[in-house]
Design a protein around this ligand. Sequence first.
Ligand code: TZP
Ligand code: MG
Length: 212
Amino acid sequence: MKRFDTSLYFITDSTNYEEDEFLRRVEASLQGGVTILQIREKNKGTRAYIDLAEKVHALTRRYGVPLIIDDRVDVALAVDAEGVHLGAEDMTVAAARKILGEDKIIGATAKTVPWAMDEAAQGADYLGVGAIYPTTTKVKTVLTSTDTLRKICGAVSIPVNAIGGLNRDNIDVLAGIPVAGICAVSAIMKAEDPKKAAEELKARAEELGLIR
Ligand code: TZP
Ligand code: MG
């Protein structure tokens, strides 16, 4: 049975970190309570992506947290990750579902209501919607308004997460929108103390009634 909780969704980025420090930060985030973790590597070759994903998977397994691989269905299969996240330039959700079967988690990016409905119809398990705020993590990203985010939440029955520039000081903009969770890269990855950052982001999201 595929069960997952997107309430505190951490996306990693190894850029600018030695591997040991990167893995130390990933483990700290897990200690801080992230509920699902995506490895996102845009500049690695296939072997290096698989190698790092295996190391991250050893950690996520220890904490009982599902590992999602960004972009690459083949890497997800190679490391027996729990799922994959697909955007507009990746394999379609329908194609990935044929390869991965029903037990793997398939997430998709969506920025408009019709796009969200299409991904859900193809069998996506959750959506990531944004960027809500400008971000330096993703190049050339278009913003999605909180109004569109709210409409997407009403249009699909799968969990919808907000993403993009989110941190504990600005997620109040999501109050009252029925998101399933918060996605963050920098707020946790680049924090002085990633464990504390994860704990504080979760506490703030709970305080605002965004997650439980
Ligand atoms: N998709 C939309 S915004 C984004 C992705 C992957 C990056 C979010 O990173 P950060 O550092 O939390 O702004
Ligand atoms: Mg992608």
